[in-house]
Ligand binder design. Structure first.
Ligand SMILES: Nc1ncnc2c1ncn2[C@@H]1O[C@H](COP(=O)(O)OP(=O)(O)OP(=O)(O)O)[C@@H](O)[C@H]1O
Length: 290
């Protein structure tokens, strides 16, 4: 009997990329002999509702066409369900797909991973009662995230560059208390980021070397640096070569609390709520086709 795949499409992801790649992905899956039921979301709430329907329908797996925001919504329902979950990246950031090693910019190749059907278990972080698939941040980066989310221009990752330059003009280091398991760190810092996946902001390796299946949270603290030094760090973040910089500290742990007054925590690029935020880990919570 052929495997039954539910293909859930956010047509608005990546400014319409989701809608554009859906027919190609559907026909690739069908020509490989899979039975495909396609669902198109009409609003954010549809993602979780359809994911729950799919789990109840007895489908063998679910594939999501979308970006990190759509995946975040779907994972709230798919986590701990045991339902194998594949991703066709179609967003602007695609950091979850990047962390999994799913090919970007090649929906056919991403669909082939779903056809292959190999599964593995990966970890999820939990913060403010939500599953997080990539990074929780609270600091300079959450201000950049907030500004970038509100921008309609420029398109794609260039938004983060423009937002970074704008925030840099006025940003001052923040006072933090960061608790990693039993270790309490009181420090001034530019940002504190924690999570399971290595990147955010469309490929910035803030948690360079993070293993999505090691049962641990990775933490990066960037200590107070000048605006120029922070700016110079961005190309290094893209390559992961910021690690080893004397003002970059990295840690691993099972629970992390970030406290700093007046800052909002972001998770998977979406606002989670004001700090403090407690981040914990759910090892192996998601079954992925990748
Ligand atoms: N029809 C829809 N179905 C699902 N979500 C929708 C829809 N219309 C708007 N949205 C909103 O779109 C948001 C963003 O979608 P998504 O993350 O897939 O794309 P993106 O923002 O282009 O990419 P990325 O998050 O990778 O930067 C979702 O979090 C949701 O709130």
């Amino acid at each position: 009997m052929s495997r039954k795949i539910a293909l859930v499409v956010n047509p608005t992801s990546g400014r319409g990329l989701g809608a554009r790649v859906a027919p190609l992905v559907q026909s690739r899956l069908q020509s490989a002999g899979l039975t495909v039921d396609t669902y198109e979301t009409t609003c954010a709430e549809d993602v979780g509702r359809i994911a729950a329907e799919v789990i109840a329908s007895g489908a063998d797996a679910v594939a999501l066409i979308g970006g990190d925001g759509t995946i975040h919504l779907g994972v709230q329902v798919l986590a701990k369900s045991g339902m194998p979950f594949g991703v066709i990246p179609a967003g602007t950031g695609n950091d979850f797909a990047r962390g999994l090693g799913v090919p970007l910019g090649d929906p056919g190749a991403a669909a082939d991973l779903i056809v292959a059907g190999d599964t593995r278990q990966i970890d999820l972080a939990v913060a403010h009662g939500e599953f997080i698939t990539t990074v929780v941040c609270g600091g300079f980066d959450s201000l950049v995230n907030k500004r970038a989310n509100a921008m309609t221009w420029p398109k794609g990752n260039a938004r983060y560059t423009v937002a970074t330059l704008a925030e840099l003009r006025t940003f001052k280091p923040l006072e933090y208390v960061v608790t990693i398991d039993d270790q309490v760190i009181e420090t001034a810092a530019m940002l504190v980021a924690v999570g399971t996946g290595p990147t955010y902001g469309g490929g910035l390796q803030i948690l360079h070397g993070a293993d999505i299946a090691d049962g641990l949270l990775d933490v990066t603290i960037i200590d107070p640096v000048s605006r120029l030094t922070l700016l110079q760090m961005f190309p290094k973040l893209a390559k992961g070569t910021h690690v080893g910089h004397p003002m970059v500290r990295t840690f691993r742990g099972r629970s992390v609390r970030i406290e700093s007054p007046g800052i909002t925590a972001y998770g998977d690029g979406e606002p989670l709520g004001p700090l403090p935020v407690d981040v914990t880990i759910e090892p192996g919570a998601l079954t992925v086709l990748a």
